[in-house]
Design a protein around this ligand. Structure first.
Ligand code: ZN
Length: 461
């Protein structure tokens, strides 16, 4: 009740706060507004995400499925009229899932639903059997004496909750990212974690993990949330719990690649604007929200600019390969294109609506960041920071100083589906997808030049 009263007081005080002068919003160029608003009827993005997920399906990095995805991409991007459509290939280590199961043998025999984490060591085909020792958090596992863990199958839980900005993934993702290394160092024979996810369906969430240098790889899997809580209840009865865990996988080397396409600018000497997403996906669903939606959104926006006018600066669309196993495509691009970029941005957080714009264009280009804020506000997008931007494949390049823009998507439901068999086309809302395309179109219209920041030039006939 008390907090309710405080809330009511703040609400009453809000009109007074609202009278504080806000930073003036710039007026938006009518051409930018028209391109943005027309994109609210976009069908190009749906066409791409529907086509890729239907005609190719899952696209596990370094496999023939991802290669079929690249062939599909080349055909699609050429058909859409992009220039310089090509693949920049690279080699990488592969990890491929085999049969997997988890079974409680005692005290209450039953099967649990599990998926191996990327880079998990393989069990023999008949599995391994051991006693389970459970921990409520990664910190509890870290604090445990080795003697408690040695020779056992470790289970680690966590308390991740849904958030709009997805920040729980970074904070609560430790059991997946570091758990297997910590468990192996303490002598565990395997580890199962509570999936890094927020849904209560029996869909396990996979994802990559990497054993630290010199650490012996052990089998590592994720239980669904209902199965993780079932295991916790079984453990809480206080009797020894025995599990048989089968996580078969194979490793090798494979070929991946970045697919690149351009809308050539009027001045080819100017640094390009990179917009991207990743072509590869995990293998259980069809990679619809992660990340067919992202590449569809950025490609549709670039196509809409191409249809409207020739931008001053080249727009470079990149469908990165092999993001999921460790940003292999992003690093390959960085190595091959060690050159200035005018800006880079990536869509890789599902298909929820854009709710905030962050940018990091440099101190002298903050007016451009404010122009972006003004152009995006009518879509319900709030101004974020002017000195911060991030992305998955492009993260290391932004970290190294490349100017960046970040159109933050609503991630409230993203981790219900992320890296599960449930990442399929039917989860995408067409209107939300269109709002994304409108936001990316407005962003490209502002940054690609010829509007607002450039002197008017005679139109080519
Ligand atoms: Zn992704």
């Amino acid at each position: 009740m008390k907090s309710y009263l405080i809330g009511a007081f703040l609400l009453a005080a809000a009109p007074a706060l609202a009278q504080q002068p806000a930073a003036p919003m710039r007026s938006v160029d009518p051409q930018v507004a028209a391109l943005r608003d027309a994109a609210l009827k976009d069908d190009i993005a749906w066409d791409i995400v529907e086509g890729l997920t239907t005609e190719v399906g899952q696209r596990l990095a370094g496999t023939e499925a991802e290669a079929r995805g690249r062939d599909w991409a080349i055909r699609k991007l050429r058909a859409l009229g992009f220039a310089n459509v090509h693949v920049e290939p690279f080699d990488m280590p592969t990890w491929i899932r085999g049969p997997e199961s988890a079974e409680i043998l005692a005290p209450f025999p039953q099967r649990l639903v599990v998926a191996a984490l990327g880079n998990s060591a393989s069990t023999p085909p008949e599995g391994i059997t051991g006693e389970v020792v459970g921990f409520d958090s990664l910190a509890d596992l870290q604090a445990a004496p080795d003697s408690v863990v040695r020779g056992k199958i470790v289970f680690v839980s966590h308390a991740m909750q849904r958030t709009q900005d997805g920040s729980g993934y970074g904070f609560f993702g430790g059991p997946r990212r570091q758990g297997p290394t910590v468990a192996s160092r303490k002598g565990a024979i395997a580890i199962v974690i509570r999936s890094i996810g927020t849904d209560y369906h029996r869909n396990p969430h996979t994802g990559v993990m990497t054993f630290a240098e010199g650490v012996k790889p052990i089998p590592a899997g994720a239980l669904t949330l209902p199965d993780a809580e079932q295991l916790q209840r079984i453990l809480s009865r206080g009797q020894p719990v025995t599990m048989r865990l089968t996580l078969v996988s194979t490793t090798g080397r494979g070929r991946s690649g970045n697919v690149i396409a351009e809308v050539p600018g009027r001045d080819p000497r100017l640094p390009p604007i990179l917009v991207g997403g990743h072509l590869d996906s995990w293998d259980q669903g069809t990679g619809a929200i992660d990340d067919a939606a992202g590449i569809a959104i950025v490609t549709a926006a670039a196509k809409r600019i191409m249809n409207a006018r020739q931008p001053l600066r080249t727009i470079r669309v990149v469908w990165f390969g092999a993001e999921e196993p460790g940003l292999f495509g992003g690093f390959a691009y960085q190595k091959a294109h060690n050159e200035p970029h005018y800006a880079m941005a990536e869509s890789d957080f599902g298909a929820g609506r854009v709710w905030r714009v962050n940018s990091k264009l440099g101190k002298d280009r903050e007016p451009e960041g404010r122009a972006l804020q003004a152009a995006l506000a009518p879509l319900g997008i709030v101004p974020g920071k002017l000195d911060q931007a991030d992305g998955s494949d492009i993260g290391p390049m932004i970290g190294a100083g490349a100017p960046g823009v970040e159109l933050s998507q609503d991630g409230t439901h993203y981790f219900d589906l992320h890296h599960t068999p449930d990442d399929t086309l039917d989860k995408i809302d067409r209107e939300d997808l269109r709002q994304n395309v409108a936001a990316w179109t407005a962003m490209l219209a502002v940054l690609s030049g010829g509007i607002q920041t450039e002197p008017k030039r005679p139109r080519r006939r």
